[in-house]
Ligand binder design. Structure first.
Ligand code: DGY
Length: 317
């Protein structure tokens, strides 16, 4: 820990935001390899790497290949790519980048909600194709936002940022979370199914954990009903994607807006073919401003660890 950071080797496996690379190369000895594959760890790397900065999969095997490793600084708030349990068992600190991206992700959730209900991407495509002039106005949309009952699945920082934004839209807001959150006045539902039965719009912001895996499936879509809208800016693993495709095809629900998928960057053909799905390539936090703040937090976590012996935003235990 407390040492000259410049003599500390930080490994970056694969691609990472250029601002992280730039700052790391000034502050530390930067070591790069193509991917997080333990076969790429030479004895020389194993003997010196003390930190990792990355946004990719960091497995138990990879961790074990680096005996001097003290800290893994993950670029992102959702740290599901890191085997954090294994890291903890070896007293290796794992950090992530909360807070700095909450506003951007919440904005994206609202954007997807408006896209699905008001068909904004389809209406723009209609205009660009010259159809407005030839065929007249774009069709009236089946959905609208005002008067909806919106349930937020996950009431952490991002869930709260989504709720605050929704307050201006004339909707009813409720939430489901592992625990009721003190000081949050929106209606709390102890189970996801209870909430799905009470709302017509579900916004998912939960992280990927064994507890949340595939928790949104057929039963939830059926409960949302034919006016149901599902928005996901959390993780694809939370949803049974096959059940979602079926629900959209059969109009069990009205529409879905998705920024995340089960096997990114693969998006199932069936989903791509559906008109009632608004799809984004996992861009919720992807603005220059936010990604730069995330990059700074990755480097500041490493710096704080190696100079003061403490991370700034370690993941929860
Ligand atoms: C994260 O940081 O986990 C987000 O998914 C990035 O958009």
């Amino acid at each position: 820990m407390s040492q000259d950071a410049r003599s500390t080797a930080i490994l970056v496996p694969g691609k990472l935001h250029p601002h992280v690379i730039d700052r790391l190369s000034h502050e530390f000895e930067l070591v790069r390899i193509d991917r997080s594959d333990k076969a790429l760890i030479t004895p020389e790397l194993a003997a010196k790497v003390q930190g990792i900065a990355s946004a990719t999969l960091i497995s138990a095997e990879f961790i074990d290949a680096l005996p001097k490793l003290e800290i893994i600084a993950h670029f992102g708030v959702g740290y599901d790519p890191v085997d954090a349990g294994h890291a903890a068992s070896k007293n290796i600190c794992v950090t992530h980048t909360p807070d700095v991206l909450s506003d951007e992700v919440a904005d994206t959730a609202i954007g997807l909600l408006l896209n699905t209900l008001r068909e904004l991407p389809q209406a723009e495509a209609y205009l660009r194709a010259g159809r407005w002039e030839k065929e007249g106005p774009y069709r009236l949309t089946a959905g609208s936002l005002r008067g909806r009952r919106v349930g937020i699945y996950g009431m952490g920082r991002i869930g709260l940022a989504v709720a605050r934004r929704l307050e201006g839209f004339g909707v009813e807001i409720s939430y489901h979370n592992r625990r009721q959150v003190p000081g949050v006045a929106y209606l709390y539902h102890p189970t996801l199914l209870d909430m799905a039965r009470a709302v017509d719009t579900l916004i998912c912001v939960v992280p990927s954990t064994p507890e949340t895996e595939k928790t949104v499936g057929t039963e939830i879509f059926t409960a949302l009903g034919p006016q149901g809208v599902f928005v996901n800016v959390g993780r694809g693993a939370t949803v049974d994607e096959t059940a979602l495709i079926e629900a959209l095809k059969t109009r069990t629900i009205l529409a879905a807006g998705l920024d995340v998928f089960t096997n990114e960057p693969h998006v199932p053909e069936e989903l791509l073919a559906l008109e009632n799905a608004s799809l984004l390539p996992h861009v919720a936090s992807a603005s220059v401003k936010t990604r730069t703040m995330m990059a700074d937090l990755v480097v500041d976590n490493l710096l704080n660890w190696f100079t003061a012996g403490q991370a700034i935003t370690a993941v929860p235990e």
